[in-house]
Design a protein around this ligand. Structure first.
Ligand code: UDP
Ligand code: MG
Length: 136
């Protein structure tokens, strides 16, 4: 079964949106198979977002992800990588469809509430970061 790694970022936790966001994934029929809350270290944030290390927004992104607790999830299901990206919506909430999590609840391109892996390979890499005991 396909797996993906989802993060409810610090803005989602601060805004007390965890329950509403989890409900959206569950209502879709997806299975949340692991869940933990933690305040990411700088190292975890940098490794997680390593593909963006040369981007101008990288240091701001790492500061954002490490400023408070996140809720990390593994979600499993058929085509779950693509399905969760669709439910989350486009990176920029101004571009996100109105029914998506970012379209409904976010305004900022930086503080856009959720992360989801962009491929099966990324998912396995990211699961190993956030759930080292559950890596394949
Ligand atoms: N981000 C940002 N400014 C940008 C692009 C991205 O702050 O111009 C942040 C935003 O939080 C985004 C994350 O960096 O979710 C990772 O960017 P990516 O392009 O991978 O978007 P995602 O996969 O989260 O949709
Ligand atoms: Mg991405």
């Amino acid at each position: 079964m396909e797996r993906t790694l989802v993060l409810l970022k610090p803005d989602a936790v601060e805004r007390r949106l965890i329950g509403r966001i989890l409900a959206i994934y569950e209502e879709k029929g997806l299975n949340i198979t692991a869940l933990r809350m933690l305040k990411p270290t700088r190292e975890i944030a940098e490794v997680h977002y390593q593909e963006h290390r040369d981007k101008p927004f990288f240091s701001e992104l790492v500061a954002f992800l490490t400023r408070g607790k996140v809720c990390a999830l593994i979600i499993e299901g058929e085509n779950v990588v693509k399905t969760v990206r669709k439910i989350n919506g486009a990176t920029d909430p101004a571009e996100a469809e109105a029914g998506t999590i970012r379209g409904r609840f976010a305004l900022s391109k930086g503080e856009n509430l959720v992360h989801a892996s962009d491929s099966v390979d990324s998912a396995e890499r990211e699961i190993a970061i956030w759930f080292p005991g559950l890596a394949d």
